[in-house]
Design a binder for this molecule. Sequence first.
Ligand code: NAD
Length: 274
Amino acid sequence: MTLTAAQTASALARPLDGRVAIVTGSTSGIGLGIAESLAELGARIVLNGFGDPQEIERTRETLSTLHGVEVIYSPADLSMPAKICEMVAFARDVLGPIDILVNNAGIQHVAPVTEFPNAKWEAILAVNLSSAFYATKAVLPEMLERGFGRIVNIASAHGLVASPFKSAYVAAKHGVVGLTKTVALETARMGVTCNAICPGYVWTPLVEKQIADQARAHMMTAEQVITDVLLTAQPNRKFASVEEIGALTAFLCGEHGASITGAALSVDGGWTAH
Ligand code: NAD
């Protein structure tokens, strides 16, 4: 069978071709997995986050070459609202209007409430919650004007239920789920969707780093923390993968995600079914 030129072009087109996506905290872990999934489907990507500049440049170039899309990098520190506005302006200037915003950047600190450092509380709320508000506020007017937008907030199972020693993280992630619902209601008739993904444990540097802190807080070994603290809440007893979170984000950003808005979608092996 010979394909017509139009059929060939449509067979080659990818679902997110031409879309511009900002993925915060995408130099590592889940954010990088999401950037990969979106780039694979044709989206042009704004990477953001901290790390070794040479390693970030390698990641940027690999992503771009592998998927044939433009990939740029913003070093914006998301704890600072002015830097968030700068990142959005830079993205718009270089790539054009923003179609997709993934609020993913996040940090963690584990300690009992009575010993929780005030500075850590402030930092976690700023990066994990307030940055999603400021970034949403910066991209939304143009999304509404153009009648299209996809906002995906990477919350957590801790946006739905709590665990001890994570007061700031649990408060911030519950806040992210609330913000998601509000933005969804305000934009429901205007072609914009806003959803939260609530992962259980995903094997990334963020989880790796907290094992030592958890071991101290619970007076356990690192192995005991993995089996008896982390995965004990997750009925399937498996870490989720960054590819799974990336694929769900890509689905929400595609045409079949159009009617899903205001949802908090669990990817937690059954954790929040308890
Ligand atoms: P990670 O530590 O691997 O990545 C975090 C990213 O955020 C990095 O790119 C880092 O540079 C960036 N970042 C941190 N502070 C920043 C700041 N001030 N400004 C800009 N970028 C900043 O972590 P991860 O596990 O991939 O987590 C990503 C998101 O997923 C977080 O919001 C986290 O709360 C959430 N999450 C993770 C898990 C898990 O098990 N890993 C589970 C549920 C939710």
